[in-house]
Design a protein around this ligand. Structure first.
Ligand SMILES: [Zn+2]
Length: 157
């Protein structure tokens, strides 16, 4: 082997790309798995919940079982079932807070779901005003308190 050939072979080995391409593919596949799991798991869980409600499943409220008082979520399952049957007024009767917050939560969670599962859509992160968290907390606590007072029994499920 001539000196030029040795040099050429050395150069070829040095220039040949390492397994970087495979590593990139593996990382792309690894990033796809959580999106696939969430993309299929969330709709499947939602469908399972709807089917369970339609077949008569009722959730148990541990707070109500222990205290005899309603929590802010009491009646949400019945409200969701009423919604599945298209009875909006009845759903409000079971849990008006759920009915007020459900569209907002559905929008935010749905948007975040789409953002996570389909990053190619280019959806920006959902940003809420700074007062939204404290306002929601006050609303939930007030609803929790009021629905357990006899004067506001209409807020109970
Ligand atoms: Zn409850």
């Amino acid at each position: 082997m001539k000196s030029d050939d040795k040099e050429s072979a050395k150069r070829t080995i040095t220039i040949a790309p390492p397994a970087r391409h495979d590593a990139t593919l593996h990382s792309q596949h690894a990033a796809l798995l959580p999106r696939l799991a969430v993309g299929l798991g969330v709709p499947a869980a939602g469908l399972a919940l709807c089917l369970a409600l339609l077949r008569g499943w009722r959730s148990l409220c541990l707070f109500y079982e222990l205290t005899g008082l309603y929590c802010p979520g009491c009646g949400s399952g019945r409200a969701a079932l009423a919604l599945l049957h298209g009875r909006v007024g009845k759903a409000f009767g079971y849990n008006p807070l759920f009915m007020l917050l459900a569209p907002f939560l559905a929008y935010v969670l749905g948007r975040e779901y789409l953002r996570f599962v389909f990053p190619g859509l280019g959806l920006r992160e959902t940003r809420l005003p700074a007062w939204a968290g404290p306002a929601a907390l006050v609303l939930i606590l007030a609803f929790w308190l009021l629905r357990n007072l006899p004067a506001f029994a209409f807020l109970a499920p």
